[in-house]
Ligand binder design. Structure first.
Ligand code: NAD
Length: 363
C-alpha cells in the first residue's frame, strides 16, 4: 500500500529555490521505490514573503506547515532586506516558524565523508570516520530564562543579567529525543553539562540519569562542557550522539560542524513533541552566488534524507539518498565550494542530475 505524506516546501531566498528544485526531483525519484507518495505544497517565507505580502511569515504559511507531515526549508535572507526593521526581517520569519511549531530539539549531524576529508582543518587521522549527532535544546535555557535585561543597581552601575533555567519537563523532553536519536545510531549518548558548578546542570544530569532507565539499550555518559569542547577537537571519534542545553549546544554544534570543513554539506533537523519537524541546511541563502547555478545542493538533499529518517520514520529511502551522495562524490563530482584538484566541477542542476543517475544505477 502506498503511504502518502504531505510536505511543505519553503524555498525562501537566494540559492533556496535552486537547491530546493534539485531536492524535490530526488524525493520524487525515490518515492515509488519505497511505495511512498509525496504531496508537495510550496509556501512563502523570508524575503520572498516580505516582497509578496509584506510579512516574513504569513499566517497561511504557518497553517500550511502545521497541516503537513514535515517541512523542508531551504534558506532565507539577503542584502535586499538587511536594513528593514527587525519585525520585517527574513530571520524573524524563521524564528516565528520555530516558535509556531514548538520546535525544541535541534539535530545537527557532523559526519566526515571520506571523499572530503582534506576539507577539514584537522589531521586526517583525527577526523577519519567521525560521525557525530549533536542534539541541542532550542527553546529554553539561558537564551530565554527570566530575569533578563540590563538593569541599574542602587549605586547607579549597570548590570547585565541572563538566567540559565530548565524545568524537569523541558529536560525530559529533549532527553527523550536524544535517547531515541541514539537508538537510531550507535546507541551511545554523551550528555554535556557543567554540573560541577551550575545547579541547573546538576538537575540536567539527574534527569538524564533517571531517563536512562527507560533506554537500557543506550549507553549514557557525561562530560563537562569545557572538557567536551577539548575532546571534540582532540579525539572526535569517541562521540556518537551528544545531548546538551541551548547555550552549550550552540557552541558545540558549530565546533562539530567545522570538523567537516564544508558548510555546503551540512543538514539539520528541528523537532517538536508532536507535529511536523523542519529540515534545513545549516548554511544560509548565499546571495553572492544566487541565480548562477553554482550552489551546492547536497546539504539540502541530505536534509531531505533527515526528513525521511527523523520526520517520517523512513530510514531506508534516507539511507539510499545518503548513499547516492557518497557515490557522486566518489565519482569525483564536486560543486565549486568543495572542489579540489583532479575533481570534476558541476553546477547545481548537473549535480542534481548526477544524483538521479546514481539513484538509477542503484535501482
Ligand atoms: P551563507 O551560509 O549564506 O554563506 C556563507 C558563504 O558560504 C558564502 O560565500 C556562500 O556563497 C557559501 N555557501 C553557503 N552555502 C552554500 C552552498 N550551498 N553552496 C555553495 N556555497 C555556499 O552565510 P552568510 O553569507 O553569512 O549569510 C547570507 C544570508 O543568509 C544572510 O541574509 C543571512 O542572514 C542568511 N542566513 C540564513 C540562514 C538560514 O536560512 N537558516 C542561516 C545563515 C544565514
Amino acid at each position: 500500500m502506498t503511504q502518502d505524506y504531505r510536505i511543505t516546501l519553503l524555498p525562501g531566498d537566494g540559492i533556496g529555490p535552486e537547491i530546493m528544485a534539485v531536492t524535490v526531483d530526488i524525493l520524487n525519484a525515490i518515492a515509488p521505490r519505497y511505495n511512498l507518495h509525496f504531496t508537495f505544497q510550496e509556501a512563502l517565507i523570508g524575503g520572498a514573503a516580505i516582497d509578496a505580502v509584506g510579512n516574513p511569515l504569513p499566517t497561511e504559511t504557518l497553517e500550511t506547515c502545521r497541516k503537513s507531515d514535515a517541512v523542508l526549508l531551504a534558506a532565507i535572507g539577503g542584502y535586499k532586506w538587511d536594513s528593514l526593521p527587525r519585525e520585517l526581517r527574513p530571520e524573524t520569519g524563521l524564528l516565528g516558524l520555530r516558535a509556531g511549531l514548538e520546535l525544541f530539539a535541534n539535530l545537527r549531524p557532523a559526519q566526515i565523508l571520506p571523499q572530503l576529508i582534506d576539507a577539514s582543518s584537522l589531521k586526517r587521522e583525527v577526523v577519519e570516520g567521525v560521525d557525530i549527532m549533536v542534539v541541542r535544546e532550542l527553546t529554553g535555557g539561558i537564551y530565554f530564562g527570566q530575569p533578563k535585561g540590563i538593569f541599574t543597581t542602587e549605586a547607579g552601575e549597570k548590570r547585565g543579567v541572563n538566567t540559565m533555567a530548565y524545568r524537569e519537563s523541558e529536560i525530559d523532553r529533549i532527553g527523550r529525543v536524544a535517547f531515541e536519536t541514539a537508538q537510531k545510531r550507535d546507541r551511545r549518548l554523551c550528555s554535556v553539562d557543567k554540573a560541577n558548578v551550575l545547579e541547573v546542570s546538576q538537575l540536567w544530569r539527574d534527569r538524564m540519569i533517571a531517563l536512562s532507565a527507560e533506554y537500557p539499550d543506550v549507553e549514557l555518559t557525561h562530560l563537562y562542557v569545557d572538557n567536551a569542547a577539548m575532546q571534540l577537537v582532540r579525539s572526535p571519534k569517541q562521540f556518537d550522539t551528544i545531548v546538551t542545553g541551548n547555550l552549550f549546544g550552540d557552541i558545540l554544534s558549530d565546533i562539530a560542524a567545522m570538523l567537516t570543513g564544508s558548510i555546503g554539506m551540512l543538514p539539520s533537523a528541528s523537532l517538536g513533541a508532536s507535529g511536523p519537524g523542519v529540515f534545513e541546511p545549516v548554511h544560509g541563502s548565499a546571495p553572492d552566488i544566487a541565480g548562477q547555478d553554482k550552489a551546492n545542493p547536497l546539504a539540502q538533499v541530505l536534509s531531505a534524507a533527515m526528513l525521511l529518517r527523523y520526520g517520517l520514520n523512513q530510514p531506508d529511502p534516507a539511507s539510499q539518498i545518503e548513499a547516492a551522495v557518497l557515490q557522486v562524490l566518489e565519482a569525483g563530482y564536486r560543486t565549486t565550494d568543495i572542489q579540489s584538484p583532479g575533481t570534476t566541477v558541476l553546477g547545481c542542476q548537473a549535480m542534481g542530475q548526477a544524483l538521479l543517475n546514481a539513484l538509477d544505477a542503484a535501482a
